[in-house]
Design a protein around this ligand. Structure first.
Ligand SMILES: [Zn+2]
Ligand SMILES: [Zn+2]
Length: 204
């Protein structure tokens, strides 16, 4: 049996309070049996990380990241087992994330892909929130996006009130529905996350 691993990949200049807030978003997964670690971004730390090259570019980015379908896709090298990658990476960036939705550029707090990886942007959180609310927003954004890495479900998001896996329409909605009520994973999302984590342990 082997423990699944999550590596939180942070910008080099990240301050302690942000790092602490981000690391607290890993707690749920740590309790569920995932080995979690926080590191500063470098060529070295993306080795063995799924979608590592994308996360390296994104965490380092200062201008802005355009999110596309292919960001977290499996590479040919991985597919042919030339480069074995079994660490789930979650990147943090100070740059804005922008995704084209119905021909309109939308700014996103985070993006993720099941069984691959995730990325969270602090751009709006840092501008619009402060103090405890800002730290809580970072924690919840991290937990939500990692939730997507492990939560297999027919619905992309959860409909349970105050669950961290609820879908949100925009940043204001994110703050109102997930951050202010200090959301947690509901029982059914916790269960779905746990099922994936145990299957990874047995598969290894
Ligand atoms: Zn989501
Ligand atoms: Zn839920």
């Amino acid at each position: 049996m082997r423990q699944p691993r999550i590596r939180l990949i942070c910008p080099v200049s990240l301050d302690q309070s942000t790092l602490r807030a981000a690391a607290s978003g890993l707690k749920h997964f740590e309790r569920a049996g995932v080995l979690c670690e926080s590191v500063k971004v470098s060529e070295e730390v993306i080795k063995g990380v799924k979608a590592g090259p994308f996360l390296l570019r994104a965490v380092d980015n200062t201008k802005g990241i355009r999110v596309t379908e292919t960001n977290f896709k499996i590479t040919l090298g991985e597919l042919l087992s030339l480069h074995r990658k079994d660490i789930f990476g979650i990147g943090i960036t100070n740059a804005p994330l922008v995704q084209l939705v119905n021909d309109v550029d939308e700014r996103r707090v985070g993006v993720s892909m099941f069984n691959r990886g995730a990325l969270v942007s602090l751009a709006r959180i840092n501008i619009e929130l402060s103090g405890e609310e800002r730290e809580n927003a970072i924690k919840i954004a991290i937990a939500h996006e990692i939730g997507h890495i492990f939560r297999k479900s027919s619905e992309e998001h959860c409909k349970t009130t105050n669950c961290t896996m609820q879908g949100v329409d925009n940043f204001t909605d994110f703050v109102r529905r997930l951050v202010k009520p200090a959301s947690e994973f509901c029982n059914s999302c916790s269960e779905a996350i746990n099922v994936t984590i145990s299957s990874l342990m047995h598969y290894a």
